[in-house]
Design a protein around this ligand. Structure first.
Ligand code: ATP
Ligand code: MG
Length: 1285
């Protein structure tokens, strides 16, 4: 036997040293279901923790297992049964055992899953579902483990438990199982979810002889339990109503009936348990001890839980045997000691449910062999696509396999297409090849799921949970005997519509909303054979590819003049516009002089030998693919006459799918001779068909050329006079060969390779205008598209589609309301419209324009599903350690410093972080931002940082070398990768890390030294009510504060440039400076701090759900931008604050009065800077009234107020301030200071009016300001007196 020291006591210390959440009292970590009660003060002890599973998060349980052997860590994923040698040694199956089975099923799970998605959207919905289920299941499993139950299988919302027992122990085992069920129903029979839905539990119990089957599929091993007892437990459970326990008749006959009262169910072989005589605590403990079939120790010390304790922890053989039952995703993480919080992710996956239905008459031996065949077959089909069989369940002579595509670390591009193709292959092979199969049904769905650990810290599984997972299962049941899929899989596969057939609506349990379901018919040979390239009419106009067209012209000219072969290859990532470019080139006037042939290859062509040659020749001969093989044969015969020896025709049978009779010459050839003649024949065919006549071939997706075709075509392409234009994706073998040939001086004359880069900024704007059908877009949108799409046209289209689908864009005719004096109309000034280069530049009123919905901030991560899939496929190619670094970095933001990263990364993982970062830079995943060489297109010369630029001085103390040693500033190369990585984090886990990020930044949330530090909103932290500040993540000061400040300044400078450069590039010269003081003469680091500290702080607090702190930092950011004369950014931040304020009001959470005043006061300043005097006055007056100072609107009011203020001037009391406590004094100062600022602004605004009334109001404002200032002076004096004392 095997194991782990059952020591549990290590956890508390570990946890206490872990990060604390805001307030330090409640910490929810990745285990999802565990609520860890942490007292923020020292001295919390184990005894304060009510129960074992409450005490441990999954994460801490995992960490605790660091003290265990490797094997011990794996044991939590395995049932007790598999820890016994007899059931893992390959001694032939089936094997028999005896015992009691308990099946507990949660009813209402699919309905809950649907509701979670409706209420929280697909991502948060999956997370909420996992959270609710985990919490509920965790409670139930805790009881099961305490009663010594062996948790055999999880099935989403159901769990199958076994108590092994010798025949003589059967009554005792039934008693234990029954008492366990009783306790579960009593405590957790119904469960109120916070979503207004109730979950209920139904329990069935059976007993008898069981057969254990273990089968192999690829590298993995899967086990099944089958027997009459299994069928009976399923029946009993299904007969049970909510809150009930049902027992099979056999079980009833075997149990000690004198202790149990039961009611029989008419016509059924089951009884309902009504009452039972409970065993005393010691009695059932003794019983559980006696039932221990695992020998040795099985009581986990410090807990009431029973699990076999593994002893032979270093036994490699045992480990290898057990590993076969554990998911690859988990094993990889275990091997690399990845912290558990990184094991759970919210990610898009494709789920495939397969159900194999066997006849009732099938014997256990036959079933065993059929299951073995099916798991090998499924595994063989799905494993090339990195998919795994996550679950196998057997019931009622039906077997279900849950296969998941896209688990953490396993995502590949084109996942939906692969899943559908696999589903079809499984369907076909099972239908034709499996013995004794009655029916096969497959359901495929795509969507975000919670991928991670569920269950109990001592017994859990790695799986996918979410509405879409349930839906695939329901589809499989509702549409038997076919491959069905949901609309998302249908859309994501981008397969032609003839591959699908819409299915009629059917009731699916728990699914109330209408969902469209399709039958997947598969890609037929015939359809696939066509290989026709897409028509040009499918695309819009081609933009920004002038250079590529020119290269094409040059190659065409060379081809014409030299009469030699020419190959032009365009290499670009998916979506870069290869197909579009080829389609456009094929219809250019100069191309159509020639015979143009176009064809498109697909991934499937790789698997079909000679398919490319077949297509090529078919295109050249004008065949369309719908001819019979006889037609093809006749056409070939005509063409091949005089070119190929007639006796060799038959060698072409496989290539062209024809049936020339096999000649004696050919059949007598040895294989080598045959191969060489075959090669020669093919070459002759190609030479005849392609050469001679002038022609251009366009091959889209040439990286999918099959190996056999390639070996014949490649040497030939350089000798036959043909112009071949290809498109290829980088990273494939064919692409690499072409790259090499283009660089080789022997072939470079005839081969040209062009990398298809992203479109230029102006082309992106033009594309956006075209796609939206508008004449202009706001600069913010242009910047967003340029940055996020990196110029890739497909990304650009997807981003626009996403914004439109979510109603984030407003399309209207005519000008925006620029002239109006209201806040919203300022948007046009803050983010001026950018027109497409091709349009006239002057706008007329009837043209449609686009604006961004006022409450939308494009700063937030937003990621269309299709782009997320692309980014995740890229992320999953990276090794786990590096992925982990990226996941933490993603929480900080698109740009981060190493100090920030080290601050949040678990201490055990800090070692070696620098070399990992270096490797990520080498791999072009991250880029290192230099202090003197900032990023950005067009930034060719070295630009100094803002501080240097404006002051011309060097920053003090920190030399470049020291900084580089201590801290690097890094950024994600593609914003998409940053967003996709960030979105993997389940909310509950990332909150904690956001909190640490905020704590780090808060130390630097002040003005630069040159500006005398302090808050940007003067006395900000003193003005707000103290209750609010409690939510802040105050971090402890660290020694390296100055160097982290310096690094943040550099990061901020890069962020600023990233924000402005693309936008500047597309604006007319000088236009971007209109809203910034031309040269404010300021020489400080404050703007960089706004970018790298204040804006991220607002983001972190928003993510943590702390709206008031987020509001605070949005105000600080706005004030910082005003401080550096950047009114448009200040406007943007105030706009975000406005949205937050409205959402707070909706939730009836009032904003702090002082904060509200600051909000209006800053708005007043922004309006003034943007030339909206009237609005500025309104805002300032509103701010003043919030600061409890009324400013009159009428002349009479002004007159009275002046008299009053003069009186105040004389009678001002000065002594009160010194009696107030310091905190109150400071608060008062803050209020006075902002009153003074508002009054000063009003004074200024009225004086500009130039009327006598204006002058009067201006004088009044000056008088009021003077009084306020005097009062403030008295408080300041009191403050300094107190300081001296
Ligand atoms: N230069 C361009 N101007 C405008 N739109 C473009 C341009 N290039 C591509 N597009 C659009 O972007 C989308 C993707 O382009 P396309 O399908 O040609 O990419 P691809 O490189 O062939 O991708 P894949 O490798 O996935 O086949 C299409 O809708 C296309 O119309
Ligand atoms: Mg394409």
């Amino acid at each position: 036997m095997t194991s782990l020291p059952g020591d549990c006591g290590v956890t508390l210390q570990q946890r206490a040293s872990g990060p604390l959440c805001p307030g330090g009292s409640l910490c929810r970590l990745s285990g999802e279901r565990r609520v860890l009660l942490l007292c923020s003060g020292a001295g919390s002890t184990c005894s304060e923790v009510p129960r074992y599973h409450r005490a441990l998060t999954m994460a801490s349980a995992w960490e605790r297992k660091c003290y265990y052997s490797d094997l011990g860590k794996k044991a939590v994923f395995l049932p007790n049964l598999l820890l016994c040698e007899e059931f893992t040694k390959d001694t032939g199956y089936p094997q028999s055992l005896e015992g009691v089975l308990l099946l507990a099923d949660v009813s209402g799970f699919t309905a809950l899953a649907e509701k979670c998605v409706q209420q929280n959207g697909p991502e948060r919905g999956a997370e909420e579902l996992a959270h609710v289920l985990n919490a509920y299941m965790g409670d139930i499993l805790e009881v099961v483990l305490a009663f010594g139950g062996d948790i055999l299988k999880f099935a989403g919302d159901a769990v199958l438990v076994l108590w092994r027992a010798a025949p003589a122990q059967m009554p005792m085992a039934i008693n234990v199982a029954l008492q366990c069920s009783w306790e579960i129903q009593k405590k957790y029979g119904t469960h109120d979810t916070h979503m207004g839905l109730k979950l209920h539990l139904k329990i069935g119990i059976s007993a008898g002889i069981l057969s254990f089957i273990s089968v192999t599929g690829g590298d993995h091993q899967y086990f099944f339990i089958c027997s009459q007892a299994l069928d009976e437990v399923i029946e009993a459970q299904s007969l049970s109503a909510d809150y009930e326990i049902m027992m099979s008749q056999t079980c009833w006959e075997l149990c000690g009936q004198q202790r149990i009262r039961a009611e029989s169910i008419a016509g059924r072989r089951a009884v309902k348990v009504v009452r039972m005589m409970h065993l005393a605590r010691q009695e059932y403990r003794d019983a559980v001890g006696q039932l221990n079939m695992y020998g040795g120790d099985w009581h986990l010390k410090g807990t009431a839980l029973q699990r076999p304790v593994l002893r032979s922890s270093d036994d490699r053989e045992v480990a290898a045997r057990l590993e076969k039952h554990i998911s690859t995703a988990v094993l990889q993480k275990l091997r690399q000691d990845v912290p558990l919080e990184l094991c759970s992710e919210l990610r898009p996956v494709t789920t495939l449910f397969v159900q194999l239905q066997f006849p009732d008459t099938i014997s256990v031996a036959e079933l065993s062999s059929s299951l073995s065949d099916s798991s090998s077959m499924i595994s063989e089909i799905i494993s090339p696509h990195k998919a795994e069989i996550n679950k196998t369940l057997l019931f009622d002579k039906g077997c279900t396999f849950l296969c998941v595509f896209g688990f953490p670390g396993e995502k590949l591009a084109c996942e939906s297409t692969h899943a559908l193709e696999c589903a079809m292959q499984i369907f076909r092979r099972a239908s034709t090849g499996l013995r004794k199969l009655r029916q096969v049904s497959v359901g495929v769905s795509s969507g975000t799921a919670f991928c991670g650990l569920t269950g109990h810290p001592e017994r859990c599984e790695h799986t996918a949970l979410g509405f879409k997972v349930n839906l695939a299962c329901r589809m499989m049941m509702a549409y038997p005997g076919m491959v069905s899929c949901d609309a998302e899989t249908h859309a994501a596969s981008r397969l032609p519509s003839y591959c699908f057939k819409e299915l009629p609506q059917r009731d699916m349990k728990g699914v109330t909303n209408r969902v469209t379901i399709y039958q997947y018919m598969g890609i037929t040979e015939h359809q696939n054979d066509m290989g026709l390239a897409r028509e040009r009419s499918h695309y819009g106009p081609l933009l920004g590819r002038e250079a590529e067209i020119e290269t094409f012209d040059c190659c065409l000219e060379a081809y014409e003049l030299l009469e030699e072969a020419q190959i032009l290859a365009f290499v670009g990532i998916p979506g870069s516009g290869k197909s579009h470019l080829l389609a456009e080139l094929a219809v250019l006037d100069r191309a159509t002089k020639y015979k143009v042939n176009t064809m498109e290859l697909t991934e499937d062509n790789m698997k079909q030998p000679f398919s490319a040659i077949r297509l090529l020749v078919a295109r050249a001969l004008g065949l369309q693919g719908d001819e019979t093989s006889g037609d093809r044969q006749r056409t070939l015969q005509t063409v091949l006459q005089d070119t190929v020896e007639e006796s060799s025709y038959c060698l072409l049978n496989d290539v062209f799918l024809v049936e020339f009779p096999i000649t004696d010459e050919v059949s007598e050839m040895c294989s080598a001779e045959r191969a060489s003649v075959f090669h020669l024949t093919c070459t002759q065919v190609l030479q005849k068909v392609l050469g001679g006549k002038y022609g251009i071939f366009f091959i889209d997706n040439a990286h999918f050329l099959d190996t056999r075709s390639w070996s014949i075509m490649w040497p030939l392409l350089q000798s036959v006079t043909v112009f071949m234009v290809m498109s290829l994706v980088p990273g494939h073998d064919r692409t690499e060969s072409i790259f090499k040939a283009a660089a080789d001086c022997k072939t470079s004359e005839t081969i040209t390779c062009v990398r298809l880069e992203g479109l230029k900024a102006s082309a992106v704007v033009q594309k956006a205008c075209q796609d939206l059908g508008v004449s202009s877009i706001p600069r913010e949108l242009a910047r967003f598209l340029i940055q996020r799409s990196s110029g890739i046209p497909y990304y650009c289209e997807e981003l626009l589609r996403y914004l439109r689908c979510n109603n984030m864009l407003l399309l209207h005719t005519g000008r925006p309301d620029e002239g109006q004096d209201d806040w919203q109309s300022l948007i046009a000034k803050a983010s001026p419209a950018v027109t497409a280069a091709s349009s006239s530049g002057t706008r007329n009123d009837s043209e449609r324009i686009c604006t961004i919905r006022p409450d939308v901030s494009l700063e937030n991560p937003m990621l269309p599903v299709a782009l997320k899939e692309i980014a995740l496929a890229e992320l999953d190619r990276i090794n786990l350690e590096k992925q982990m670094v990226l996941k933490f970095a993603a929480i900080i933001g698109p740009v981060f410093t190493t100090q920030q990263l080290v601050h949040i990364i678990p201490s055990s993982k800090r070692h070696g972080i620098n070399s990992l970062l270096d490797k990520l830079v080498e791999d072009n995943i991250l880029k290192q931002l230099d202090i003197e060489k900032p990023e950005g297109k067009g930034a060719t010369k070295r630009l100094p940082t803002s501080g240097q630029a404006r002051s011309g001085m060097k920053r003090p103390s920190v030399s470049r070398e020291t900084m580089q040693q201590e801290s690097k500033i890094l950024a994600f190369c593609t914003p998409l990768l940053w967003e996709a990585t960030y979105k993997l984090w389940p909310t509950r886990q990332k909150i904690n890390i956001h909190c640490q990020c905020a704590a780090f930044l808060e130390r630097h949330a002040h003005k630069c030294r040159r500006c005398h530090e302090g808050d940007f909103v003067a006395f900000h932290r003193f003005g707000i009510s103290s209750a609010q500040e409690q939510g802040s993540c105050q971090g402890s000061a660290e020694k390296d504060d100055w160097s982290s400040w310096e690094a943040l300044v550099v990061a901020g400078e890069h962020l600023r440039r990233a924000r402005t450069l693309p936008a500047e590039g597309i604006l007319a010269e000088g236009e971007h400076t209109t809203l910034r003081a031309k040269d404010s003469g300021r020489c400080c680091q404050c703007e960089a701090i706004a970018e790298a500290v204040l804006v991220p702080l607002a983001r972190h607090y928003t993510a943590m759900g702390n709206a008031s702190q987020a509001f605070y930092y949005l105000l600080e950011s706005a004030a910082a931008y005003l401080h550096v004369s950047n009114s448009s950014m200040a406007f943007m931040k105030l706009n975000e604050a406005e949205v937050l304020r409205s959402s707070l009001e909706e939730k009836r959470n009032a904003v702090d009065r002082f904060e509200e005043a600051i909000f209006f006061s800053l708005k007043g300043e922004v309006c003034r800077n943007m030339g909206c005097v009237k609005l500025a006055r309104k805002m300032s007056r509103q701010a003043l009234s919030l600061l409890e100072k009324h400013f009159p609107q009428s002349r009479a009011g002004a007159f009275v107020k002046s008299l009053w203020e003069r009186l105040q001037q004389i009678s001002q009391a000065t002594g009160r301030a010194s009696f107030l406590p310091q905190e109150a004094r400071r608060k008062k100062q803050a209020w006075l200071l902002h009153r003074s600022r508002c009054l000063s602004l009003l004074q200024d605004l009225y004086s500009q009016e130039g009327t006598s009334a204006g002058q009067r109001f201006s004088r009044l404002a000056a008088l009021m300001k003077a009084n306020t200032d005097r009062k403030m002076d008295s408080y300041q004096a009191a403050d300094s007196n107190a300081g001296q004392l």
